[in-house]
Ligand binder design. Structure first.
Ligand code: PLP
Length: 364
């Protein structure tokens, strides 16, 4: 049979790196899942009620603009002297979708998007799909290993640069960007280049030198914040995140968003979670205490890891990465290997962290 011409895929699509999800345990095999930076706690009873109640309405489309959720988020972000309007908030099907919509709103084919690397693995995919050209700036090494090299990122900006992605804390290293270095960086970024501050792990940060993105946004009209209900709020399975920006940019992001992208169940669960903020904050506090215990335990074993402000830790293991991940899995802990580079291990429940500490001790 003669060769029929085939529908071509866009070359960037054919070349996309695969997003590697964190390992899941096999049915029947008990293992702690420390591979996706999830919250180990099940939904709060009040949130579960909101979810089950919302399930009764799934024959209807959700509120397209998630009006009530958007207003609740804006209210939750507003404080004395600084109010955030609902016209500044755009929800998405996870903040990964919000990022895609941010890029769709501003990136023209061939525009450069600068981001740190290694960082969130969704970045190169989102940039390529948006038609942008990825410009990866290596993380710092040596005493500052795992930290973003903001001076190098500023130096990487050209006339073609449209967006810079700043991930703080950085996934997968956990390192944060400090106020003074971010100020110095933003002073060098042209006002028509968008700076996306990905604050997916903001709630876990205890370092007082880390700025609140809302203050950064207030001072810089070319900044967009990305936040999510997936991590601290424990709703990873429902897919809801959001962008916060000046109203004009927010309207552009909203205009390119997937219609009805956030399900009714996700909207109700997120609203209920904002209402249960105090209870959820206690859980975060507990996880931060577990992080301290884990980090201290690892330091006692002699590890020199990047200082983490997120709900995970990073091990530079180079070529030993895959073998170590397999050993951890065999011991009952699923971690996230980045082949040839290192392992990311999520802070889990106490028993999981204890087990992982035992595993890490065998690696010394
Ligand atoms: C987990 C994570 C997100 C959140 O993604 P969702 O789509 O909201 O689940 C965003 N950015 C980074 C850096 C992350 O690690």
């Amino acid at each position: 049979m003669a060769h029929e011409p085939r529908v071509p895929l866009r070359p960037v699509v054919a070349a996309l790196p695969a997003y590697v999800p964190g390992a899941r345990s096999r049915p029947g095999a008990a293992a702690f899942k420390l591979s996706s930076n999830e919250n180990p706690y099940p939904p709060l009873p009040s949130v579960l009620v909101a979810i089950t109640d919302a399930a009764a309405d799934v024959n209807r489309y959700p509120d397209m603009y998630a009006t009530e959720l958007t207003e609740s988020i804006a209210t939750s972000l507003s404080r004395e002297g600084m109010s955030v309007g609902a016209d500044q908030v755009v929800v998405g099907n996870g903040s990964v979708a919000a990022l895609a919509h941010v890029l769709a709103a501003v990136v023209e084919p061939g525009d450069e998007v600068v981001f740190p690397w290694r960082s969130f693995e969704a970045y190169p995919i989102a940039v390529a799909v948006a038609g942008g050209t990825a410009v990866r700036v290596p993380l710092l090494t040596g005493a500052d290993h795992g930290r973003l090299d903001l001076p190098a990122m500023a130096a990487a900006i050209t006339d073609r640069t449209r967006v810079v992605l700043v991930c703080t804390p950085n996934n997968p290293t956990g390192a944060v960007v400090h106020r003074d270095e971010l100020d110095a960086f933003l002073a060098q970024v042209p006002s028509d280049v968008l700076v996306v501050l990905d604050e997916a792990y903001l709630e876990f940060v205890r370092d007082p030198d880390v700025p609140d993105g809302l203050d950064v946004l207030a001072a810089h009209p070319n900044v967009v914040l990305l936040r999510t209900f997936s991590k601290a709020f424990g709703l990873a399975g429902l897919r809801v995140g959001y962008a916060v920006a000046r109203p004009r940019l927010a309207a552009g992001i909203r205009a390119v968003s997937t219609p009805f992208g956030v399900s009714h169940i996700a909207q109700r669960a997120a609203i209920a979670s904002l209402g249960a903020h105090e209870e959820l904050a206690q859980r975060v506090e507990h996880l931060v205490a577990e992080r301290t215990r884990l980090v201290d335990g690892l330091a006692q074993q002699g590890w020199d890891l990047p200082r983490t402000e997120a709900n995970f830790v990073w091990f530079d293991l180079g070529e030993r990465t895959a073998a170590r991940a397999a050993e951890a899995a065999a011991a009952g802990v699923l971690v996230r290997p980045f082949a040839g580079e290192g392992l990311r291990v999520t802070v889990g429940e106490r028993e999981a962290n204890d087990l992982f500490l035992q595993v890490a001790a065998t690696w010394r």
